[in-house]
Write a protein that binds this ligand. Sequence first.
Ligand SMILES: Cc1cc2nc3c(=O)[nH]c(=O)nc-3n(C[C@H](O)[C@H](O)[C@H](O)COP(=O)(O)OP(=O)(O)OC[C@H]3O[C@@H](n4cnc5c(N)ncnc54)[C@H](O)[C@@H]3O)c2cc1C
Length: 382
Amino acid sequence: MAVPVSAPPPYSIAGAGPAGLTAATLLARAGRKVVVHERNATVGARFVGDLQVIEDASDPRETVPAMFARLGLAAPAWVPATTAEFFDAKLRRSVVSSKEPYAWFVRRGPDAGTLDTTLLGGALEAGAEVRFRSRLEPKDADLVATGPQTPDGLARETAFESDGATRVRVLFDPAVAPGGYAYLFTVGGRGTFGCAIVRDLGGIDRYFERAREKLLSVEKVPMEGARDAYSFMNFALAPEPLREGRPAAGEAGAFQDYLFGLGMRYAISSGALAAEALLAGGDFAALARASFARRQRVSVANRFLYEAGGAFGLSLFARLAAHADFRALLAGFYRPGALRLALAPIVAALWRNRGRCAHRLPEHWCRRREREIREVALGRIG
Ligand SMILES: Cc1cc2nc3c(=O)[nH]c(=O)nc-3n(C[C@H](O)[C@H](O)[C@H](O)COP(=O)(O)OP(=O)(O)OC[C@H]3O[C@@H](n4cnc5c(N)ncnc54)[C@H](O)[C@@H]3O)c2cc1C
């Protein structure tokens, strides 16, 4: 008589962002039952149709389209970025360009064609179940992909309809975007203006207005049907990507580029690694360390150089970038070279947060930020 074999229990994933949906797609495609719990009513709820870039310079092994193809992920409606205009504090303009795309523009949010809804479609097609308005506690999840926990960096953005012109403008001015930058993108009739900062978070509205005035003084750009949003990001380094003892991918697992706050590529690739580890019973922490640890440490050193350079250093960076292939230049920044690897532990020791933090990660590194976090907690923004 045949012995009944019970099906393995479904995998539970907390969070339907890029990390959770990538993992769900790969697990479901491998024939496993997967339930993704999303606390909001839609995917991408913290975004408003804004344009973001998936950078294509940090990993020399494959381009972004090749990564999507290897993982069998449906590609969102994306637009390659091969040029940009950088402005320094005195509004001096440097035009940068690259032969191959240094990044890919995608839209974020709950609308059709965004990265979020495209990944959702792929996960559903693979057979995953996604339950909206369903919060799952990290301790009950097989994979935690719940995104950032606490504001280490803060952005205010406006998404709008624009004319058909392509504009990729970045303002590097510590006086209007402390520790960050302001950006204006118009691509395919849609646009985004944003100001991202990592200091004095309570002053976000003031910085946003100043940066907008400054960037729009270059050219008055059509902005119809504007939708505004505040959103935040995490910066931490965690040798064990765990939350409450469970594997954690994407920003929940502290996977993010410390230099510019870019997290989408990390979210997708760490979500894929987590699925691989779950399927093979492998060690996710070891896989993640091998794939990302050196690059992330180098991004801490890069951030130190970025902040230490001040307005002069940023202006120099913009002018140098205009004389190089921008993708190759970026790739050089991301490469874990000996000098930056040596600088990273010194910066980490200098900046180390020795007090309490809200990341809820086990033994990890993050930067001292109590003052700003307290300001945000007191509701001085938004
Ligand atoms: C303004 C702004 C601009 C950015 N621009 C860029 C850019 O240009 N390029 C780039 O690469 N990165 C950018 N980033 C960072 C990027 O958006 C994130 O790194 C990326 O979305 C992280 O993906 P994730 O899957 O880890 O988390 P998220 O995208 O945050 O998804 C997590 C999901 O989990 C859900 N969730 C949370 N808790 C629970 C729970 N307990 N139960 C169920 N569901 C839960 C959330 O609702 C959310 O849908 C930007 C970030 C901001 C804020």
